[in-house]
Design a protein around this ligand. Structure first.
Ligand code: COA
Length: 430
């Protein structure tokens, strides 16, 4: 990074200089770390619209170009040529694994897929109808009670073990949340299956009969995982970093990320999108809902449309759209009511001036909800699948932060707009 360029800020007639930093790609940033000391002022940027919170070498997004790179590699090439576990290895290590490294990594992940027997008992404490994301927050948080040695962050072996455990156990935890909801027996991981197939097995197999994962569906799931593996400093990743910045247990930090992801403006969008499609119900009502989405006095928004960062198109949405057609074709669901409805919504929104002018395109969640529904994953589980995949990004970002020599506890400032200082009145005067 170069810091030869300087930004000058004039405050009340006094000039202050700040270095401009450039990364490999993307916007330059003004390094304002000394602003408070120099001027006694802070910046105000609620929603972090113009704030870079860290340096990172993991993921790069160009929202205008519709580009997503993991460690420099375009998402399109990774989704096409690599498995999710290769991508997970790449994200953490910075380079793709060779054949021997890939085998070794896959073996390590398989070795950690089972849950501690006592952890499985936690499920019984939840109501049967609990939202699976609530169960995920609880169970993943509870991992911190089982793996306390993860607190020695200076030890790379301990960090590696935490990463393996998280990547390996998340599919088991998600599938068990589903089985618990369904009132079905937990299915244990099977080491003869690959990562996505094993997840399907734990979700859909029962002890009563043999289960063979459909390879087209397993591949689609693997691609879904890859597309969701990381997305730089979004709300949940920033949550994980902020939680981790205090030196908290990494499993507890991932649980915080899951809690953040649950919201409908973030990972809950695919669930909200499917609920919206159910609410619309029929192709004949699409126009009515498009009208509502455009009405300033109506709070209704088209779920699965728009993105904070991608303002032209979401490259993941393009890939997911293809996966959507592949899976629906494989399962003979091309004429499914909701699918047809979704395609009509997509068509109208892409032609409508309101959406075109605001650059509102279907995002990855629009298609991933439809794919997951076709696979047989219930709507309430969609965000859990997202969390499973994003765990790879979260823990990679956590580790990058923890090993950064410049790392400090995160502590934003505020613009206080509450009452001015005053004295507590006696009870009779209140
Ligand atoms: C993702 C999202 C939060 C991004 O928000 P943002 O970048 O802050 O954009 P804004 O909320 O400022 O929206 C810009 C304009 O587009 C409109 N808009 C944005 N998303 C819209 C949607 N899904 N449906 C209808 N109008 C939408 C806003 O009303 C606003 O219109 P205005 O300029 O006339 O006021 C937003 O697009 C959204 O709520 N989408 C639906 C939820 C979703 O799918 N989230 C998944 C993200 S992966």
């Amino acid at each position: 990074m170069s810091n030869e360029r300087i930004a000058t800020l004039s405050v009340d007639g006094n000039s202050h200089e700040f270095p401009i930093l450039s990364g490999t790609h993307g916007n330059d940033v003004i390094d304002i770390r000394t602003l408070g000391g120099k001027t006694g002022m802070f910046t105000y940027d609620s929603g972090f619209l113009s704030t870079g919170s860290c340096k990172s070498a993991i993921t790069f997004i160009d929202g205008d170009k519709g580009e997503l790179l993991y460690r420099g590699y375009p998402i399109e090439q990774l989704a096409d040529q690599c498995t999710f576990l290769e991508v997970a290895y790449l994200l953490r290590k910075g380079e793709l694994p060779n054949a021997a490294q890939k085998d070794e990594f896959e073996r390590s992940i398989k070795n950690h897929a089972m849950l501690h027997d006592q952890l499985m008992r936690f499920y019984n404490g939840f109501r049967r109808d609990a939202h699976p994301m609530a169960i995920m927050v609880g169970i993943v948080g509870a991992l911190s009670a089982f793996y306390h040695e993860a607190m020695d962050f200076s030890d790379e072996e301990h960090r590696t073990m935490s990463v393996y455990r998280l990547i390996a156990k998340l599919p088991t935890i998600v599938a068990m949340a589903y089985k618990y909801n369904m009132g079905q027996q937990f299915m244990f991981p099977r080491n003869d299956l690959n990562y996505a197939e094993n997840f399907m097995h734990m979700m859909f197999a029962t002890p009563c009969e043999e289960y063979k994962p459909n390879p087209v569906v397993a591949h689609a799931l693997d691609v879904i995982f890859t597309l969701h593996a990381d997305h730089e400093q979004n709300a949940s990743t920033s949550t994980v970093r902020l939680a981790g910045s205090s030196g908290a247990n990494p499993f507890a930090c991932i649980s915080a990320g899951i809690a953040c992801l649950w919201g409908p403006a973030h990972g809950g969008a695919n669930e909200a999108c499917l609920n919206m499609l159910e609410e619309i119900g029929d192709v004949s009502r699409v126009g009515e809902y498009i009208k509502r989405a455009k009405d300033k006095d109506d709070s209704f928004r088209l779920m699965g449309f728009g993105h904070r960062v991608y303002k032209n198109y979401d490259p993941r949405a393009k890939l997911m759209r293809k996966v959507c057609y592949d899976v629906l074709g494989e399962l003979g669901l091309e004429n499914d009511r909701l699918f047809k409805l979704a395609m009509e919504l997509e068509r109208i929104a892409l032609e409508d001036d309101f959406f075109v002018e605001r650059k509102l395109y279907p995002n990855v969640d629009f298609y991933s909800g439809i794919v997951q529904k076709a696979i047989g994953i219930p709507t309430s589980m969609f965000t859990c699948v997202f969390a499973l995949a994003r765990t790879v990004g979260w823990i990679t970002q956590w580790e990058e932060m923890i090993t950064d020599p410049e790392y400090k506890i995160g502590r934003p400032r505020q613009l206080y707009v509450g009452p001015a200082r005053r004295d507590v009145p006696d009870m009779a005067q209140r």
